[in-house]
Design a binder for this molecule. Sequence first.
Ligand SMILES: [Zn+2]
Length: 80
Amino acid sequence: MSIDKPTTPADPSAEQFSATPADAAPARPPRPCPNCGKMSVAASYPFCSKRCRMVDLNRWLTGAYAIPVRPEEENDEDEG
Ligand SMILES: [Zn+2]
């Protein structure tokens, strides 16, 4: 049990190679929050915050989008 190989953190030359301009970044551009209009953040894209994301989700749950919700109670244990 002897590891004599020093682990290198990362190749410095590789870092230079992957240098890309911020303009060409794959990240999505900030857009106004569909809920309040504020600029969105990557963490809760495309909403400005998790709260706004929840608000939008609530719209669905509260019936704004008319979801057929019905209590389904199926306690039938079928073993055959
Ligand atoms: Zn918002």
